[in-house]
Design a protein around this ligand. Structure first.
Ligand code: EPZ
Length: 438
């Protein structure tokens, strides 16, 4: 598919778009299907590239995947799970970090797993040390080789007690997917409790797992001998919903995001309102709109749930370029998530990035040479530009900037945006944007 989008900006987005299941849940639920002794059915699955990547990875491991893409339904049959070649996994995984989550299920089913070099968005080093330490604590043997990492379970994995140094989403999922079939009880402290993780726990419980979520980020799992398939409808994508909300605000528009849900977006909604945006929670979704007048600058810190998500930060920063005064954004989840602001500066935004922890408490990136705070001074008109998409969320933010800017921008590398935004070109057209893909 063509990789360039021409955006003739300056028109407020207006109309409705529909969001389906969350990218960062659907991919994990697909992996969970590997743990069942019978087929699983997953609904509300979006047509995004990451779903295609996980489908391919599952097929490489002998899982039969039947998709009804229009209906958004996947049937995953793990009856004939088998080992895959590391070179095939590597070739297929592309930039995805999902292969690391195959480890627990494959160790239970086959006694071994391979992980190639892992990609993901260029938003910091994104190490996998927590994941490997978790697998070791369950009794797996981790062997780093030239082609990747080989992991094996000499005997049945054993429940364990683990405390994460940071409430990592992926590491919490790693632990859940491994502990549910390990022998005995596992206790995780300092766990991530994002809504996507709660939905994964719901899936695992449907499969037969015993998991309790206690106060203070403690999760306890009692291992079981056997899990069955699940039948589940994915929670909706709160990152995509917030991205359209920010696009509505930055362009002075009015967008109904069908499928968006309030409980998972409370923190975003508070911030959206503080900036001067308005919203209306409806039965079919949430309508986000610019009510007129000036937008207000804010001080914002990203954090793990229930804080303000790091993935909401980039799209909102574009809207903040249109707010009056100085906004401060402190990114505390990733050390390097302001690279996308360079293109915004080229379009006329006034944004400075700093190594210091600004606008909030000290975070683990303070005093460590990471440009992880940004000061945005607005409002500044944005001018059209020729932009290269850096990563998924940064790329969507560039798209928002192009939609807000006067003139025609050329946005290159938009294939990256297909990883997580279903049919975004069609949705832009439906919202009245003047865009064409080449
Ligand atoms: C998930 O990434 C999401 N990806 C990310 O979304 C999201 O930004 C992130 O969670 C935080 O919400 C998927 O679900 C596929 P983490 P994940 O482990 O699990 C450090 C998007 O655009 N860390 O919570 O990889 C890490 O470097 C993507 O949709 C270690 O140090 O994130 C980071 O600073 C981007 N060692 C922090 O923890 C480890 O072994 C949080 O990362 C693992 C993580």
């Amino acid at each position: 598919m063509a990789d360039v989008l021409y955006v003739n900006g300056g028109t407020p987005l207006s109309g409705s778009v529909r969001v389906r299941g969350a990218k960062n849940f659907v991919s994990k639920a697909m992996v969970a299907a590997l743990l069942g002794e019978s087929p699983s059915v997953l609904r509300n699955v979006p047509q995004i590239r990451d779903v295609g990547v996980v489908t391919g990875l599952l097929e490489l491991h002998g899982v039969r995947v039947d998709a009804d893409a229009e209906a958004g339904t996947l049937v995953l049959d793990p009856t004939d799970v088998e080992s895959a070649h590391v070179a095939d996994i590597d070739a297929h995984a592309g930039s995805s970090r999902i292969p690391i989550l195959f480890c627990g299920p494959l160790l239970h089913r086959l006694g071994e797993a391979f992980i190639p070099d892992l990609g993901g968005c260029r938003i910091g080093d994104r190490p996998i040390d927590y994941h490997l330490e978790i697998l070791r604590q369950f009794g797996a043997v981790v062997d780093k080789r030239e082609q990747g990492i080989h992991i094996r379970a000499p005997r049945r994995l054993q429940g364990t007690r683990i405390s994460l140094p940071y409430p990592s989403v992926g590491a919490t999922e790693q632990l859940l997917l491994t502990a549910v079939r390990a022998e005995g009880i596992t206790e995780l402290r300092n766990a991530a409790i994002e809504p996507e993780i709660m939905d994964l726990i719901a899936v695992l419980q449907k499969m037969g797992a015993i998991i309790s979520v206690d106060t203070d980020r403690v999760i306890r799992i009692e291992g079981v001998d056997r899990l069955e398939g699940f039948n589940h409808t994915a929670l909706s994508d709160r990152i995509e919903a917030a991205s359209w909300a920010s696009a509505a605000l930055a362009t002075g528009g009015d967008v109904l995001v069908e499928g968006a849900t309030q409980p998972e977006m409370m923190t975003f909604l508070n911030t959206f309102r503080k900036v001067g945006g308005e919203f209306e929670v409806r039965d079919d979704g949430i309508r986000f709109y610019h009510p007129g007048g000036d937008l207000r600058s804010i001080v914002l810190e990203t954090d793990v749930h229930p804080g303000f998500m790091t993935d909401w930060q980039q799209p909102l920063v574009v809207a903040l370029t249109q707010a009056t005064g100085l906004s401060i954004v402190h990114e505390t989840v990733y050390e390097n998530r302001f690279g996308f602001t360079e293109a915004l500066r080229g379009m006329g935004a006034t944004i400075q990035v700093y190594k210091e922890c600004l606008g909030g408490g000290e975070c683990r990136f303070g005093q460590r040479n990471f440009h992880h705070s940004a000061v945005i001074s607005g409002p500044t008109p944005l001018a059209a530009a020729d932009i290269e998409v850096p990563d998924l969320r940064g790329g969507f933010s560039h798209l928002i900037a192009a939609l807000a800017a006067k003139g025609t921008s050329t946005v290159r590398g938009i294939g990256l945006i297909d990883r997580g935004y279903e049919h975004f070109g069609d949705k832009l057209l439906a919202l009245g944007a003047d865009v064409s893909r080449d």
